[in-house]
Write a new protein. Structure first.
Length: 325
C-alpha cells in the first residue's frame, strides 16, 4: 500500500482512519502491510505448487525475498531451493554475497551458467562494446525450469521498475514454451491467487510487486538487512557512455582508443550483468543516505542504469514474451 501525502481536510478526517491491529490496538505501519502481503504470497506458493524455486542473484530485491522467506518459514527449511542464472558477467561482490548467504542459512543453492548454455545450444555470445548476456539468460532459465520441473519461480521484480513489469500480475502464468502473453492474464481480486496450471506451464511469482524502490530501502533500514558493498558509495574505474552513464571498466568491455577510464565515486541502484548495468555518481555511504538520495530522484532504477532497456520502447516486454523473467 502506498503512503498518501495529500493533506486531509478536517471534514474528511473521519474517512481516513489508520489501519489498526485488533489484537494490539496499535497502528499498522505500511511496511508491516507490505511485509504481511509478501509473506502471505510466499506461503500461497508453498501451498499451491509442488516444485517452486526462488530466483536469487545477490541483489537487494532477492535479498529481501530471502529475508521474507525466513519470516514465512523458519524455524523450518525453505520449501524451495535458491536458483541463480549466472551470466558470467556478474559483479563479484554480488556473487560472493550469494554464496555466503546460502552457506550461512544452510539452504540449497542451484547455479546454472549462461556460458554453458551458449556452448550447448551454439548461441551467439554478446557483441559490441558492452557485450551483455542478459538476453541469453532466458535460455538458461527455461533449461533450469525444465531440468528440475519447477512449476513456480519466485522473483523480486516490482511494478515500479519498468512499464512492462507494471502490467504483470503477482501470479504470472507462462505457457509450455515459457512465454508470457500480457493479454491473457488472470484477475487477482481480494488477494486471491490462482496457481492452477496445465502440464508444461509454470508461474512466475512476484511477492514484492507492489513495493517501490523506496519501500525496499525503508524495509532494509528497518530490518537491518546486510547488503553487498556495491550498493554503497565506493571508488570504481568507469567509462562514460554517450548517454552520460558510468559503466564499470572490466575485462568484458571493448575499450576504444577514445575512451577515458576514470576513477569515480559511484554506487549501484540495481545489480545485474555488469556489461549493461550503469552506476550512478553518489556520496551515499549509509542506508539513510540512499533513502535521502532516492527522495530527490525522478528516474526509476532501471531507467537510470540498465542499458538493455534502452534498445527499444518495448525491450523488456519483448524479452518477457520470450521467457525472460
Amino acid at each position: 500500500m502506498l503512503q498518501c501525502n495529500i493533506p486531509i481536510k478536517k471534514k474528511d478526517a473521519a474517512l481516513q482512519h489508520p489501519i489498526i491491529n485488533p489484537k494490539t490496538q496499535k497502528k499498522v505501519d505500511y511496511l508491516d502491510q507490505l511485509e504481511a502481503e509478501a509473506i502471505y504470497i510466499l506461503r500461497e506458493v508453498a501451498g499451491q505448487f509442488e516444485r517452486p524455486a526462488l530466483l536469487f542473484s545477490g541483489g537487494k530485491d532477492s535479498i529481501c525475498l530471502v529475508h521474507l522467506a525466513l519470516k514465512a518459514f523458519r524455524p523450518g527449511k525453505f520449501p524451495f531451493p535458491l536458483v541463480h542464472v549466472d551470466t558470467g558477467h556478474n559483479f563479484p561482490e554480488a556473487i560472493e554475497y550469494r554464496d555466503n548467504l546460502a552457506r550461512e542459512l544452510e539452504e540449497k543453492l542451484i547455479v546454472r551458467y549462461v556460458a554453458d548454455t551458449i556452448k550447448e545450444k551454439n548461441l551467439q555470445d554478446g557483441k559490441g562494446k558492452f557485450p551483455s548476456r542478459n538476453g541469453l539468460q532466458t535460455y538458461t532459465l527455461l533449461d533450469v525450469i525444465n531440468e528440475f520441473e519447477f512449476d513456480a519461480c519466485i522473483g523480486g521484480a516490482r511494478r515500479d521498475e519498468e512499464k512492462a513489469r507494471a502490467k504483470e500480475r503477482i501470479f504470472s502464468v507462462r505457457d509450455e514454451f515459457g512465454q508470457w502473453d500480457p493479454k491473457k492474464q488472470r484477475p487477482e481480486l481480494w488477494n486471491i491467487y490462482n496457481g492452477k496450471i496445465d502440464q508444461g506451464e509454470n508461474v512466475r511469482v512476484f511477492p514484492i510487486s507492489n513495493w517501490t524502490e523506496l519501500d525496499v530501502w525503508n524495509y532494509i533500514k528497518r530490518e537491518k538487512i546486510q547488503l553487498p558493498s556495491i550498493y554503497f558509495t565506493h571508488e570504481r574505474e568507469c567509462i562514460k557512455t554517450e548517454h552520460g552513464q558510468w559503466m564499470n571498466f572490466n575485462e568484458f568491455v571493448q575499450v576504444e582508443p577514445t575512451d577515458k577510464i576514470e576513477k569515480v565515486k559511484v554506487r549501484y541502484r540495481t545489480v545485474g550483468d555488469m556489461t549493461c548495468t550503469a552506476a550512478v555518481e553518489s556520496e551515499a555511504h549509509t542506508v539513510d543516505d540512499i533513502i535521502a538520495e532516492l527522495k530527490d530522484t525522478k528516474i526509476s532504477e532501471r531507467g537510470a542504469t540498465r542499458m538493455d532497456d534502452r534498445v527499444s520502447e518495448a525491450a523488456m516486454e519483448d524479452r518477457k514474451k520470450g521467457g525472460y523473467f
